[in-house]
Design a protein around this ligand. Structure first.
Ligand code: ZN
Length: 95
């Protein structure tokens, strides 16, 4: 199985969730634990609950920006992201 291809598909939700997470949580320093492990767990938990939105890497940037600028879309993701933060904060995968 080849994991990299010349024509790549990209889940637009990935950069969007990461961007929102950075803006709303990392910059504001509101996390109980902001270690790499917890950050990754929060992102994974969030992304696994959201339906993917695939695009090609070529067209990706404009598509992602347009999605990101939609306030309803942002607030839907933030809802899931906030729940994930709470789940991981209550049960971090480390002592
Ligand atoms: Zn942690």
């Amino acid at each position: 199985m080849r994991l990299t291809r010349e024509l790549s598909v990209l889940n637009a939700m990935e950069p969007i969730v990461i961007q929102l997470f950075e803006d709303r949580y990392l910059k504001e320093r509101t996390l109980v634990c902001d270690c790499k492990r917890c950050q990754l767990d929060i992102l994974l938990l969030t992304l696994n609950q959201l339906p993917p939105k695939y695009t090609s890497t070529q067209e990706g940037e404009a598509y992602i920006k347009a999605l990101y600028l939609n306030p309803q879309f942002q607030s839907d993701i933030l809802k899931v992201l906030t729940q994930s933060v709470q789940v991981i904060e209550n049960r971090p995968n480390h002592p």
